[in-house]
Design a binder for this molecule. Structure first.
Ligand SMILES: NC(=O)c1ccc[n+]([C@@H]2O[C@H](COP(=O)([O-])OP(=O)(O)OC[C@H]3O[C@@H](n4cnc5c(N)ncnc54)[C@H](OP(=O)(O)O)[C@@H]3O)[C@@H](O)[C@H]2O)c1
Length: 387
C-alpha cells in the first residue's frame, strides 16, 4: 500500500477558539459561518473529486494475509460493513459479524461459503448479536466476548444510521438515536472490549466516521438536542454524532499510554452507495442511483476502513501523532491518506467535555479507561439484566 502516511498539514489547523466561532460569551454556541462554509466545501469536494483522488487505489484493496487475526465488525449485514467483513475473511481473518439481524448474517455467510467452495478453505466467520440501540445489548456482547479470554486484534465500529428526513427519535435508553448508534454505543463497546484488545495488542480500534462531521457541532449541555435551543434535523443529528465520535476518540488516544499498543483511527469511507439512503424519498433515491460516476460502490467505500484496519503504517502513524501531541486522533480519508479532521474537532475543551459526558451517558465511571488499563473490572450502569 503506497499511501503516504505524512502528518496532516498544520496549515489546515486552527486554534480552539477560531475567529469564526459563533460565541456570545457563554461559550461557543455553534459553528461560525466560515467554519460552516468550509465544512460544506469539504463535503462537496469529497463528493465531486473522490473518484479522482482515489484513482491510485485498486479495487478491491489488496490486503495482507490475516491468518491469526481476529476482527469484530459491527453492522456487517449491509453496505460497507458487509464488504469489510467478507474481504477480511477472504484474507484469512477470523471475523465476528456483530449484528442485530442474525438471520441476514447467517444467510450471507452461507452465500459466501457456497461461492467459495472449491476456491479455497472455508471462511472463518461467526455471528454475534448486538443492537446498538440498546446499551444493555452492547454490555452483554462485550461480556460474552471478553469471557472467551481470547485476543481481539481489530474492532471496527462500522454500524451507523442516517435517518434522513425522519423526525427526532429517542432510544429506550433515552438518547437521540443517531447519537446512540453512531457514537455512544461504539464508545461503550470500545472501552468494554479493552481487556480483549490489550490481549491482542498491538491492536486497533477503527471507527467508520464521515466527512459530514465537518458540519457537526456538539453542544455538550444538550447532546440529545432536546432543549430546543437549536432546531433538530436528521442532518444535524448525524453530523453531530460523527463529530462527537472524533472528539471522544481523540481524548481516548490521548489518555491511553503508548505501551497499551492500541491505535485509534476514524475513517471517512467517501460518499457511498449503500442502504444508508433507504429512508430517502423515492425521487431522491432515484437520483442517488443515477450518479454512480461520483458515488463509490460499497466495495470502493470499504477501502479506507480496511486500510486503517490492516495497513502496517497506520499504528506507526498513530504513534507519531501521539508523540507530537497532535490534538485529534488519526483520521484516514476515503482515498486512504491521512487527513486533518474538522476545525471544531480541534476544540480540546469541548473534546474533554464530550469525553466526560459520554462516559456519564454510557454508564461508566470517569476513571473507566484507567481501570480497564490496570486490568480492573469496570462496573457499567447497563447490562445487569439477566446476569
Ligand atoms: N454510505 C455513505 O455514503 C457513508 C458516508 C460516510 C459514512 N458512512 C458510514 O458508514 C457506516 C456504514 O454505513 P453504510 O453506508 O454501509 O450503511 P448501511 O448499508 O445502512 O449499513 C449500516 C449497517 O449498520 C447496521 N445497524 C444500524 N443500526 C444498528 C443497530 N441499532 N444495531 C446494530 N447494527 C445496526 C445495519 O444493520 P441492519 O441491516 O440490521 O439495519 C447495517 O448492517 C456508517 O457508520 C455510516 O455512517 C456511510
Amino acid at each position: 500500500m503506497e499511501a503516504a502516511m505524512a502528518s496532516p498539514s498544520t496549515s489546515e489547523t486552527t486554534t480552539p477558539s477560531s475567529s469564526s466561532s459563533a460565541s456570545d460569551g457563554r461559550g461557543k454556541q455553534g459553528l461560525g459561518w466560515i467554519e460552516w462554509m468550509r465544512g460544506w466545501i469539504s463535503i462537496v469536494w469529497e463528493f465531486l473529486f473522490q473518484r479522482i483522488s482515489a484513482s491510485h487505489l485498486q479495487c478491491p484493496l489488496p490486503l495482507p494475509p490475516l491468518d491469526n487475526v481476529t476482527v469484530i465488525v459491527t453492522g456487517s449485514t449491509s453496505g460497507i460493513g458487509l464488504q469489510i467483513a467478507r474481504q477480511l475473511a477472504e484474507s484469512g481473518a477470523h471475523v465476528v459479524m456483530a449484528v442485530r439481524n442474525l438471520k441476514a448474517a447467517h444467510e450471507l455467510i452461507h452465500k459466501w461459503q457456497d461461492e467459495r467452495s472449491g476456491v479455497g478453505p472455508p471462511l472463518d466467520v461467526e455471528v454475534m448479536e448486538v443492537d446498538l440501540l440498546s446499551l444493555d445489548s452492547v454490555v452483554k456482547f462485550a461480556k460474552a466476548w471478553n469471557a472467551r479470554g481470547a485476543p481481539l486484534h481489530v474492532l471496527i465500529n462500522n454500524a451507523g444510521i442516517f435517518s434522513i428526513g425522519e423526525p427526532q427519535r429517542i432510544s429506550k435508553d433515552g438518547y437521540e438515536e443517531h447519537l446512540q448508534v453512531n457514537h455512544l454505543a461504539p464508545a461503550l463497546l470500545s472501552i468494554l472490549l479493552f481487556p480483549s484488545l490489550i490481549r491482542g495488542s498491538p491492536s486497533r480500534i477503527v471507527n467508520t466516521n464521515s466527512i459530514m462531521h465537518f458540519v457537526g457541532f456538539v453542544d455538550t449541555e444538550d447532546m440529545n438536542m432536546v432543549s430546543g435551543k437549536k432546531k433538530y434535523t436528521s442532518l444535524s443529528g448525524y453530523s453531530n454524532s460523527k463529530l462527537a465520535q472524533v472528539m471522544f476518540n481523540s481524548v481516548l488516544q490521548k489518555r491511553m499510554p503508548a505501551e497499551a499498543g492500541i491505535s485509534v483511527t476514524c475513517v471517512s469511507p467517501g460518499i457511498v452507495h449503500t442502504n444508508v439512503a433507504r429512508d430517502l424519498p423515492r425521487i431522491i433515491q432515484t437520483a442517488y442511483h443515477l450518479i454512480p460516476h461520483f458515488i463509490f460502490s460499497a466495495l470502493e467505500g470499504s477501502r479506507s476502513t480496511l486500510f486503517a484496519a490492516t495497513d502496517p503504517q497506520v499504528p506507526e502513524y498513530c504513534g507519531v501523532l501521539k508523540a507530537d501531541e497532535w490534538p485529534v486522533c488519526a483520521y484516514i480519508s476515503h482515498d486512504c491518506r491521512p487527513m486533518n479532521p474538522s476545525e471544531e474537532s480541534h476544540n480540546l475543551e469541548t473534546s474533554q467535555k464530550v469525553w466526560e459526558k459520554t462516559l456519564e451517558m454510557i454508564g461508566l465511571p470517569s476513571d473507566a479507561l484507567e481501570k480497564v488499563l490496570e486490568g480492573d473490572e469496570v462496573q457499567c450502569r447497563y447490562g445487569s439484566d439477566g446476569d
